[in-house]
Design a protein around this ligand. Structure first.
Ligand code: 5AD
Ligand code: FES
Length: 349
């Protein structure tokens, strides 16, 4: 680690931000020493808010039908080899009931942009979960919708919304998405969600095609200024039936490096060690926790459909029942000195 890198790490720990040049230099000068220094400080910054507590979210992937065509994603509409499914509201409710028994107090409903789940149907589902489990938080991750739609879902009982910004650079955004999608609309959605009172999660893939340190610096500056309550950070992993099939995957090391930086930008942020991180390394989620993450999101989807929600190749936990995943994570976290807690895990700010 050179002097400038050390100074930047110091400045980031003290002021909670850097200018874009500082972020870019830090990203471009990643080495083992810088990574362990950042991780040490990230863990220290997290300590007063979460200590070694780990929040769990029960992830329910309720439909893999998607009208979008993101170039990196295995669920893209053009992927005709993807076997499509949609869970009914009753199926989702049984998942939440089973999840509740297993100690989950946050449910994340995730899907492709499936038009069948219009406002009426999705609001009814959210309201039903809210009524059955009033002590649970409901997080939606269902993509871009109108402000009106976000408002109705919020009224129906949704508390949080995950919508990764994917990249804060408009040109880079255009290389990852079809023409029909725009960076401006993604930003419009995020600002609407924020104004409507959701706890908002942004995020990006690490090592996505064409990504440079300058793009990551723009992502970090965006996170520092938007101040999301949550941030999803995982490595890009190619999916064989997409235009990016032959692109290189992101690395464990760079993902952990960025987790530490994001933790230092906001010590109270909710930061998952993602399934993608667990996919590129058998101990990826553990290493993510030790770099500053504080959330894990095991799969609660019925095992019959799990193998079909494939954003990328090689996804872990395909055959496991929800109870097995829960137990597996308890053990994995215990082994590194962390404890999974039964808690809604609201943002600490
Ligand atoms: N590799 C890693 N992450 C991916 N996502 C989509 N496709 C991939 C992939 N091939 C991420 C996107 C999306 C989130 C739900 O999953 O960032 O927002
Ligand atoms: Fe699913 Fe380990 S978390 S089996």
């Amino acid at each position: 680690m050179d002097n400038r890198t050390y100074e930047l790490i110091d400045e980031l720990s003290e002021t909670r931000r850097l200018d874009a040049d500082g972020f870019e230099y830090l990203v471009a000068h990643q080495d083992e020493d810088a990574a362990s220094e950042l991780a040490r400080r990230a863990v220290a910054a997290r300590e007063p808010y979460y200590g070694t507590k780990v929040f769990v979210r029960g992830l329910i992937e309720f439909s893999n039908i998607c009208k979008n065509d993101c170039l990196y994603c295995g669920l893209r509409a053009s992927n005709s080899s993807c076997e499509r499914y949609r869970l009914s509201a009753e199926d989702v409710l049984s998942c939440t009931d089973a999840g509740y028994e297993l100690g989950f107090r946050t449910f994340v409903l995730q899907s492709g942009e499936d038009g069948w789940y219009n406002d009426e149907r999705l609001c009814a589902l959210v309201a039903a979960i809210h009524e059955r489990h009033p002590d649970c938080a409901i997080t939606l991750s269902v993509g871009e919708r109108s402000r009106e739609s976000y408002a109705r879902l919020r009224e129906a009982g949704a508390d949080r919304y995950l919508l990764r910004h994917e990249t804060a650079d408009p040109q880079h955004y255009a290389r990852l998405h079809p023409q029909a999608m725009s960076f401006e609309n993604r930003m419009r959605c995020l600002h609407d969600l924020r104004e409507l009172g959701y706890a908002v999660g942004v995020g990006m893939m690490v090592g996505s095609p064409y990504q440079t340190p300058a793009h990551l610096a723009a992502d970090l500056s965006f996170i520092a200024s938007f101040r999301p309550e949550m941030c999803g950070l995982g490595p890009f992993i190619p999916h064989h039936a997409t235009p990016f099939a032959h692109m290189a995957a992101g690395t464990l090391e760079q993902t952990c490096y960025l987790l530490s930086i994001v933790r230092l930008i906001n010590p109270a942020i909710l930061l998952p060690a993602t399934t993608a991180l667990g996919t590129i390394d058998p101990l990826g989620r553990e290493k993510g926790m030790m770099a500053g993450a504080n959330v894990v999101m095991p799969n609660l989807s019925p095992s019959g459909v799990r193998g079909k929600y494939l954003l990328y190749d090689g996804k872990i936990c395909m055959g496991d029942e929800a109870a097995e995943c829960r137990r597996c994570l308890d053990l994995r976290m215990e082994r590194i000195g962390y404890q999974v807690v039964v808690d809604r895990g609201d943002p600490a700010v």
